[in-house]
Design a protein. Sequence first.
Length: 261
Amino acid sequence: MSPEVPALTSVLATLGDDHVLTLTLNRPDRLNSFNQEVLDDFRVIWDFAAVTDDVHVVVLRAQGERAFSTGVDVVEGYDLATEPLKQVDPAAYLSPKFNQCWKPLVCAVHGMAAGGALYWLNEADIIIAGEDATFFDPHVTFGMTAALEPIGLARRIPIGEVLRMALLGNDERMSARRAHEIGFVSEVVPRDRLWSRAQDIAERIARHPTVAVQQTVRAIWESLDSTRTQALRTGLLYVQVATPPGTSRTQPASRGGYEVR
């Protein structure tokens, strides 16, 4: 029996026997924008996913027809410290890697994905999109500096594409097709197949040895903050930790090595 998932306020969360934790943003009337309740939910759920062995993969998707998420709820907002230097960025709540959760994250994006939605997408391991998905960052349109989300995005796509999105703001939206062309999303599917395709990908990953999968995620992401030599040395440590004793990459399958079918 799967462990009980923590009670959440604005996110639907289910953990199946397939070891896939499915998170569904559930504020469609607010275009799945995030307020403090959503931030608190994600702080709880990333902590749960990180330490729960039965969670092998996480899928993030959203209710409603119009949007995956339009970022921060501009009406309700979220809690801010009165002193600027004590303010905490939403990434501290929303981003899995920031919260030391190395379970693979598959994002299924439909409709609008704007502004703060990039906190999730920037740290997703696989993003698939419905044909109706659009991506944009409206900060500058409303006189706000576009910095944190584009900086994260610059690790995923060419800098020219980041600047185009950040500077054009609400005047232009990147299509799912363009997002696929530049490698931001790995697959575009019809809207009615989006959730089932994300589930299929997650289930395939979830069947692989969990330590190897998590160490793969961690080694690759941490390499982005390292020099090549440092990344290779750290990566070797993860290989040594995740490889079962007596197994060698050079051994034939009959002696415990790889078998490709």
